[in-house]
Design a binder for this molecule. Sequence first.
Ligand SMILES: Nc1ncnc2c1ncn2[C@@H]1O[C@H](COP(=O)(O)OP(=O)(O)OP(=O)(O)O)[C@@H](O)[C@H]1O
Ligand SMILES: [Mg+2]
Length: 378
Amino acid sequence: MQTRGLNTTDIMFLKQLSLINFKNYSEFEAKFSDKINCFVGNNGMGKTNLLDAIYYLSFCKSFFNSADSQNIKHREEFFVLQGYFNSFDEEHEVYCGLKRNHKKVFKNNKKEYERLSEHIGRFPLVMISPNDADLINGSSELRRKFLDGIISQYNKFYLDKLISYNQVLKQRNALLKHFAETRTFDSETLEIWDEQLILHGNSILDIRREFLKQFIPLFNFYYNFISNSREDVALEYENSLGEKEFKTALLTSLPRDRAVQYTTVGAHKDDLEFVLNGFSLKKFASQGQQKSYLLALKLAQFEFIKEQKNTKPLLLLDDVYDKLDEERFTKLLELVSSDKFGQVFITDTHPERMNELFNQKQIEHRIFLVGEGSAVAL
Ligand SMILES: Nc1ncnc2c1ncn2[C@@H]1O[C@H](COP(=O)(O)OP(=O)(O)OP(=O)(O)O)[C@@H](O)[C@H]1O
Ligand SMILES: [Mg+2]
């Protein structure tokens, strides 16, 4: 992928955040550095909640809790989030208000959005959180979502293909079920759906492969940077078709598909394989190595969004210190402080650690001490 130099007007950052009744905050207001901001404090004080409020302003929803009203402070009736962004030298006041049992209201410079989708992507953001571990430990569906999520952000054709593929798949599965229930079989009708599935499925496969050709070098770069090239990592596409053409694979798997009444091969069954030093990352890698792998994946994703939006997304780093040794952590901070990255928000439970590190490296930063629903700039 080309990495075009971004000029100064491409900078986007959150200048100020105000909260009312959001999670454990009754009232909160802070002005941020356009580079590094650290939220430090003990467990349960509200560091992650601040990251979530920022995430909310970008994605119109919480990173953690999809039930909107559960983000209202307990026993309160509403929350208000306000973010003052600077984007391409323009000021944006982003407002989100939610009353219990009402629809949430989202505004940019006092103008309400008709659809939230108009807002999502305007202030791009990448969140790196302990939940990313689900990518390693969770089902293949999560890994496909990760892959599809990145590609469909810049490739509308791909998104259309995915939608069509899933529609055809649903029809094909319904037909297989119908055959089983009525003890019938009609190869001609099945073939109609197969043709469609193959058409969309092959496009999806081609685009995913093309994407990975660009993504993998970036991922390798970030992994090597963080780990000082100490391990050898690989990211591979696991194709459920094996070496077969889609058509042949569908024919071969037909007896099984009929027995289980759904389609067992195709793009909806493919996976990403995470490998470290030649072995499965999930089974054999240490926790720090797994964490480094996830960081490299998300940083490579950051790079893609940056290129596509022509702006550096906000980067939220939650609990990144956990499991990383001093050396890797320092490398990571060095990296995100560089010009490749824009504004960064980072949480830590040790107030001194961050300050020392950033002072040592002479990196501009602002530290906020978070204590039970309040935060003061140090
Ligand atoms: N809707 C809500 N109303 C009131 N408090 C809430 C709400 N949702 C979450 N909380 C509180 O927020 C606190 C957790 O905040 P948060 O996750 O930001 O902590 P943290 O500082 O990141 O801690 P850690 O260091 O353990 O990660 C908990 O005490 C939780 O009860
Ligand atoms: Mg936290």
